[in-house]
Design a protein around this ligand. Structure first.
Ligand code: GLY
Length: 367
């Protein structure tokens, strides 16, 4: 078991990482919110595996509970659905002291967190992430939100959970694609500020691939510690937290181009390589860094090109650049990029030559 603390003054909370964590969730509820209803939000896929197991523990302890099951997929991150679920909760008598549990991946977490932040002007919520991406990234740090036709996560709030409970065993029911999609965020942390972690990941790739629970507890806790440190310094992403967007300017543009038909982490996987390629083209990093990272990609079979995300699509660098210009992270006409000086040495760059960006993207069109 590992416990990571996210320290943000009156909003501090613990991230508990252990096998069979559902029992701890219910004990925590009994100790802290005995007379509160547990409102469990999950999606159909997750419900298939964990609904019974999770609700049974609340039932057994005679805790009032209610389950809301949404459809899996980005389409559920929608204001109309938020309104529908909020009205259902209001009709069934939600109270200020009730607790929303987000049981699932990033979509369930973002949806539930946003709903918790606005219903009755904010009720408590607890993250119980079941995908690797949610366990190492989206469940920690308080970003919540829904999508609009103008782009992803453009309506939302910073709203910290009261706790995060992570069971590495839930990773076993993920498809290979889903698991690897989350792994790209793990890799991201190592590239940002921890070369030693990158080398450790490279050495332990077989245990990671087999989702060995104790290895995964180490991986997840390491990522949560890193994220907690960054969020503590810059919760509202004024500057420093932007480092967590390494590879994401490219990834968001890729996702938008393909109408969000691929997983976020798959796009991040290629986006990270693009950011490194751009760093090389700008003369900031040495070309051999790329080969080191690419060899790690090949060991794990992570996607390395736009073609590997969608072989039939005609990918156009111009179109990706257009998408970048509508990214919400922009503060002016410049696109902000996170670049690498070396593995573990990421930094924020404000102005980047557009021709170099196009050149970096071009290298990934035909691979
Ligand atoms: N996923 C990046 C962040 O939470 O800031």
């Amino acid at each position: 078991m590992k416990v990571v603390k996210l320290d943000i003054k009156d909003k501090s909370y613990k991230i508990i990482i252990k096998t069979n964590v559902f029992k701890d969730v219910v004990s925590h509820h009994i100790s802290n919110y005995k007379n509160s209803k547990a409102i469990i939000i999950t999606d159909k896929n997750v419900a298939k595996y964990y609904k019974q197991k999770f609700t049974f523990l609340f039932e057994k302890s005679k805790i009032k509970n209610q389950i809301i099951i949404i459809k899996p997929g980005e389409a559920s991150k929608d204001l109309v659905l938020i309104k529908k679920v909020a009205e259902k909760l209001l009709k069934t008598g939600v109270k200020r002291n009730d607790v929303i549990y987000a049981l699932g991946g990033g979509i369930v977490g973002d949806f539930s967190g946003f709903l918790a932040s606005i219903i009755l002007r904010g009720i408590r919520f607890i993250q119980v992430p079941t995908t690797l991406l949610a366990q190492v990234d989206s469940s920690v740090g308080g970003k919540t939100g829904v999508n609009t036709v103008n782009g992803k996560n453009l309506i939302g709030s910073f709203y910290q959970p009261s706790a995060v409970f992570i069971d590495p065993n839930t990773l076993k029911t993920l498809s290979k694609k889903e698991f690897l999609s989350g792994y790209s965020e793990v890799l991201k942390y190592s590239l940002i500020n921890d070369k030693k972690f990158f080398l450790w990941l490279d050495l332990n790739y077989k245990k990671i691939n087999s989702r060995n629970p104790s290895t995964m507890i180490n991986v997840i806790s390491k990522c949560c510690i890193k994220k907690a440190k960054i969020v503590k310094i810059d919760e509202k992403e004024k500057n420093y937290r932007m480092l967590l967007n390494l590879g994401h300017t490219f990834a968001h543009a890729i996702e938008k181009d393909i109408n969000y038909k691929i997983r976020h982490g798959e796009a991040v996987s290629v986006g990270l390589l693009m950011a490194i390629k751009l760093s090389i083209l700008l003369g900031i990093t040495k070309p051999n860094i790329y080969n080191l990272i690419e060899s790690h990609y090949n060991k794990l079979k992570l996607p390395t090109s736009l073609k590997s995300l969608d072989a039939k699509r005609k990918w156009l660098p111009k179109s990706l650049i257009r998408n970048m210009l509508s990214d919400k992270k922009r503060t002016d006409d410049n696109i902000k990029f996170i670049l690498l000086k070396d593995i573990g040495k990421a930094f924020i760059k404000n102005k980047v030559n557009k021709n170099k960006i196009a050149l970096a993207i071009k290298e990934f069109v035909n691979d």
